[in-house]
Design a protein around this ligand. Structure first.
Ligand SMILES: [Zn+2]
Length: 684
């Protein structure tokens, strides 16, 4: 089954992965929300009825852990962050039709109802499982209360997710070498009775679902292997006080946070209907009958949205998602954002600097394809704002409308030329095609390319030379430019909603550009308007220097705090040196060689893994390494590394790894040589 192109006659709902009510937002977090907002606005522009919803994720262990640290209740802690998020999103022109939270009544009721249905239909069973337990404190350690080793890839992992390795969801009891994050005590496994959702029965359905699913390639490809492999049943309860109680449960079990979190998408849509009335928007039609459901998420939660979530919806007889759009992460100056190291540009900080929200929206939406990681730096930000927004878009709009206002008091009284009409039509087509391909970057480019055309058109026709020589021709050229400016406001509106509204009012239009559909791009602007103001402001070099200094200072301040803390308690930062000494003979068993990376390719569907061809002198080896997030893959070839050449072969994500490279620390700082040791040289 293939879907009809957007806009369809059905209502659509666009959702954003729920922010976890657990900390402050930085601009890296904003990517998902801005992307969702852009897509929802773009669908509406095409004329599709669209609701845009999300809510805060209040439950789960991180909230419980952090509330405990602060000495407040989890509810108090989570609500505080929820309110902060709710206030922050609109400041970035991210305007949800409804923004709820998972602990409210609507979601509690709907979750209870859906889980009851799963149970009644025979999809839930009880099983004794091993649960991590702190033997000294006599406390259960669900999910993120425990850390250990991923049984699939060997990376350090959290109790519920291999977040630094293969990205898999981990079931309770799976993690090896469990340790309590509350006390640092080695944990033990105890037998406990838990509820399981029979996902394994839904393999056939999920296979068909994934074939139908639209969205980004990562969201369609990554789950295939999991679905086609051995699908595991899913433990849906936890030994925890904070959460939604298991329905009819006498036991002290709550639902796993990933059960009630996605249900908030439905609850939030329902609350929207309750507010506007079902004549305006019918949540039941979209979720239970026919609707286009589009989930915009970060790529770390693909598995939840393409396996567990559609499985639940299917059994509970709800509509399945039409598309999952999974975005890459945002890096800062080439490195991951780090909240603890204050390596971040905070959402509040950005606004306090007085930057318009649309600038960062433009940056996040159009810097790379949505699947790619985006690097943010103030230098690049300046470059793109000054070049594309000020130089191309702003420049075109300002010079055209100023010329029109001064010479014609507004729109010249003549028709648009065929050339310009066709050019606008093709921008409208590009826009619609980009929406149907879930390409936010191309939505933005449809607008900037139109502005670039406008600049070229005005330059080519030089209307300033024509006002005396050929006033009729001058009127024609300016009429065309005013139309391009209007089309620009319409096409650019989803990406830069505030600035597009400014341009709309410069054109003398009444109301908001967001109430106009895409066809307005070809409709005549008002006959008269005043001289415009500049749409965008240039960012000066000194400003960027200043911003870079501030960022550096805040990172250094955080690092020196950390150093002080380190002096007090080194053991927090570094593992103690191993007690057991090994003999030289044992060391000699390791065959370490100098290698040179020949090629490096990201492994499709795996978040971190790169496939390397490494020249180790005697032969060229294929090695798989979990370094994709930490290194620019294109820059790896030519790098000299140290390889464990006699390690047993392993298979990672279906790819054979014949050896292992050595790297230090969480940032995978690659070991290398500093002289001219050739590939193949033994390390001793
Ligand atoms: Zn793993």
């Amino acid at each position: 089954m293939s879907h009809d192109d957007y806009p369809t006659d059905d209502p659509a709902v666009v959702t954003c992965g729920l922010p976890y009510a657990n900390g402050d937002l930085h601009i890296g977090h904003l990517r998902t929300y801005v992307s969702g907002d852009v897509f929802a606005r773009a669908l509406r522009k095409l004329g599709q009825q669209t609701a845009f919803v999300s809510g805060s994720d209040m439950h789960g262990t991180p909230v419980a852990v952090n509330a405990e640290k602060e000495g407040v209740t989890p509810e108090e802690f989570a609500l505080r962050h929820h309110e902060k998020y709710e206030a922050t999103f609109p400041k970035f022109n991210v305007e949800f039709d409804n923004y709820g939270h998972t602990h409210d009544e609507t979601n509690t009721e709907l979750t209870t109802d859906i889980v009851r249905t799963l149970d009644e239909k025979g999809y839930v069973y009880e099983k004794e499982i091993k649960v991590a337990w702190d033997p000294i404190e006599d406390d259960p350690l669900p999910d993120r209360y425990v850390e250990g080793t991923c049984p699939y890839c060997g990376a350090t992992a959290r109790g519920d997710e291999c977040d630094e390795g293969c990205g898999r969801h981990l079931e309770p009891g799976e993690i090896e070498n469990p340790t309590s994050i509350r006390t640092g005590n080695p944990a033990e496994y105890r037998e406990r009775e838990h509820k399981f959702f029979r996902v394994s029965d839904l393999q056939e359905y999920l296979q068909e679902f994934i074939d139908r699913l639209e969205g980004t390639d990562n969201a369609k490809n990554q789950p295939r292997e999991w679905i086609e492999g051995e699908l595991q049943d899913w433990c849906i309860t936890r030994d925890l006080d904070w959460g939604i109680d298991y329905p009819n449960g006498e036991d002290d079990l709550v639902l796993y946070v990933w059960v009630d979190a996605p249900i908030e998408y439905v609850s939030s849509t329902k609350q929207y209907t309750e507010r506007v009335g079902s004549d305006t928007y019918d949540w039941e039609q979209v979720w239970k009958d026919e609707g286009d459901i589009v989930h915009v998420i970060g790529r770390d939660i693909i598995q939840h949205h393409t396996i567990f979530w559609p499985a639940m919806l299917h059994v509970a007889e709800y509509e399945e998602p039409r598309a999952v759009v999974a975005s890459g992460f945002v890096n800062l100056n080439g490195e991951a954002f780090s909240t603890s190291r204050n390596r971040a540009v905070w959402a509040d900080e950005y606004l306090d600097e007085g930057f318009h929200p649309d600038l960062v929206r433009y940056y996040l939406t159009t810097t790379g394809g949505i699947e790619r990681d985006v690097n943010f730096s103030w230098d690049r930000f300046q470059e793109r704002v000054n070049g594309e927004l000020v130089g191309t878009v702003g420049n075109f709009a300002y010079r055209s409308l100023l010329f029109a206002a001064r010479n014609f008091d507004g729109t010249p009284d003549t028709d648009v030329s065929d050339e310009v009409e066709h050019r606008i039509e093709s921008a409208v087509d590009d826009f619609a095609a980009a929406v149907n391909d879930y390409s936010l970057k191309r939505i933005g480019e449809a607008a900037t390319a139109l502005a670039a055309f406008g600049n070229e058109y005005i330059q080519r026709n030089e209307p300033w030379k024509l006002t005396d020589e050929d006033p009729e021709r001058a009127a024609q050229v300016i009429r065309d430019c005013v139309q391009i400016a209007k089309a620009l406001a319409v096409v650019f509106a989803p990406v830069v909603p505030g600035k597009a509204d400014d341009l709309w009012s410069h054109l003398g239009e009444s109301g908001s550009v967001h109430d106009a559909d895409i066809q307005a791009a070809l409709e005549a602007p008002p006959a008269s308007f005043d001289e415009p103001s500049e749409l965008f402001e240039k960012i000066e070099d000194e400003r960027v220097e200043d911003l870079n200094e501030k960022l550096q200072a805040s990172i250094e301040a955080a690092t020196s705090d950390e150093d002080e803390a380190e002096d007090e308690d080194m053991s927090d930062e570094f593992e103690p040196i191993a007690d057991d000494r090994i003999g030289f003979e044992e060391f000699k068993d390791l065959d370490l060689r100098v290698g040179r990376i020949e090629t490096a390719d990201p492994i499709e569907g795996a978040d971190d893994l790169v496939r390397l061809e490494v020249d180790i002198g005697v032969e060229t080896r294929q090695i798989v390494a979990g370094i994709k997030q930490l290194h620019d893959v294109d820059e790896l070839p030519g790098t000299k590394i140290i390889v464990v050449a006699n390690l047993e072969k392993a298979e990672l994500f279906g790819t054979e790894s014949n050896g292992m490279l050595l790297a230090a620390g969480d940032q995978a700082d690659l070991l290398t040589t500093h002289g001219d040791a050739e590939p193949g040289t033994k390390v001793q």
